[in-house]
Design a protein around this ligand. Structure first.
Ligand code: ACO
Length: 320
């Protein structure tokens, strides 16, 4: 088989922090209610004028620097693509990826596009990058997840605004041709414009709307299904998996899934307490933190899994 190596990761979050207690000063909510139901304590919120592209540039720059330190054969000239997962950029066009190419003076003979797939965007970027690297085995791909969800939530809607935060994560990938490496992608879709949607003005208010309980059911089922199907396809068991890197939407969703895999409870890292749900940036952000803490490192077998608006879900079982 073949797979990918993650040679550098990075992240960026806005300076401003909004705690549950802060939000309870204008909303009929409390730290106790939010934390008990979601595992979230606080979130980072972009300053005025700070957009998803700004966070993406910072995260990408850090990932590129770390990739150069880790791999002497890497330089920006070797990049064949930049793919960014984002649905909350201030710019409808150009894409965040094109802005990254401009700001970081990346080569012009490069593919650059964004994926608007809400919370599943970064795992789709991972899947697309693998296909590109299979075609161009000496190349490298920069993938980014970046969101300013604060632009899309109504801060008077307590059922939605408490769940989201802003942030970005990035990773530089290269092809791994070794027989021991593995990359198994999987995805699923259950299209719905009613359960979780955000519609632009003037046809609607431009805010994210959600039926929380329906999303909860979909998320728990799809996360569990994704892991089970990948284990089945790979012939591996959960004992063979070092870490499951999950979309950080809600601690209760992850907890309900990890209980299905007895003995692997400590393989489901969580950090939504600090960042809340950063949608397309979430898997990128948590992956970077796991690398920086040494929870992820090379020669591991991991699963990355996400779910969200669409409704959509996706996952990858891979060696890194
Ligand atoms: N503070 C206090 N009360 C609240 C709040 C709040 N922030 N939000 C809702 N409530 C109230 C409701 O109004 C309702 O009151 P009522 O009984 O008087 O009508 C009560 O709490 C219960 O509401 P539910 O929606 O039934 O609460 P539930 O226990 O289902 O928890 C939650 C809500 C946390 C949103 C849960 O449904 C959930 O986690 N869903 C998944 C959401 C998710 O993960 N979305 C992101 C994935 S998709 C993406 O990432 C784009």
């Amino acid at each position: 088989m073949a797979g990918i190596q993650i040679i550098g990761t990075g992240s960026a979050v806005p300076e401003k922090i909004l705690s549950n207690d802060d939000m309870s000063t204008w909303l009929d909510t409390s730290d106790e209610w939010i934390y008990k139901r979601t595992g979230i304590k606080r979130r980072h919120i972009a300053a005025e004028g700070e957009g998803a592209h700004d966070l993406a540039i910072r995260a990408a720059r850090q990932a590129l620097e770390r990739a150069k330190e880790a791999d002497s054969g890497f330089s920006e000239e070797k990049l064949i693509a930049v793919i960014t997962a984002s649905m909350s950029s201030d710019y409808i066009c150009p894409t965040v990826s094109c802005i990254i190419q401009e700001e970081l003076s990346l080569p012009e003979d490069i593919t650059a596009y964004d994926i608007n797939a809400a919370c599943t965007g970064f795992v789709y970027a991972l899947q697309n990058a693998f296909r590109m690297l299979k075609e161009d085995k000496d190349g490298y791909v920069l993938i980014v997840g970046s969101e300013c969800m604060s632009r899309l939530v109504d801060y008077n809607d307590r059922s939605v605004c408490v769940l989201f935060g802003d942030g970005a994560g990035a990773a530089v990938l290269r092809f791994d041709p070794s027989d021991e490496s593995m990359f198994l992608p999987i995805a699923g879709t259950k299209g719905s414009r009613k359960i979780l949607y955000c519609r632009k003005p003037p046809v609607s208010d431009g805010f994210l709307h959600m039926n929380g309980q329906e999303v909860y059911r979909f998320a728990s089922n799809s996360l569990r299904t994704a892991i089970e199907r990948l284990l089945e396809r790979s012939g591996l068991s959960i004992e063979d998996i070092d870490q499951v890197v999950c979309h950080q939407a809600n601690a209760r969703i992850i907890d309900s899934v990890r209980r299905r895999f007895p003995g692997a409870e400590d393989k489901f890292y969580q950090h939504m307490e600090e960042y809340a749900n950063t949608s397309g940036a979430s898997v990128a952000l948590v992956m970077n933190e796991m690398f920086q803490k040494g929870i992820l490192h090379e020669n591991m077998t991991i699963i990355c899994a996400a779910f969200g608006a669409g409704l959509s879900w996706n996952a990858v079982l891979m060696t890194i």
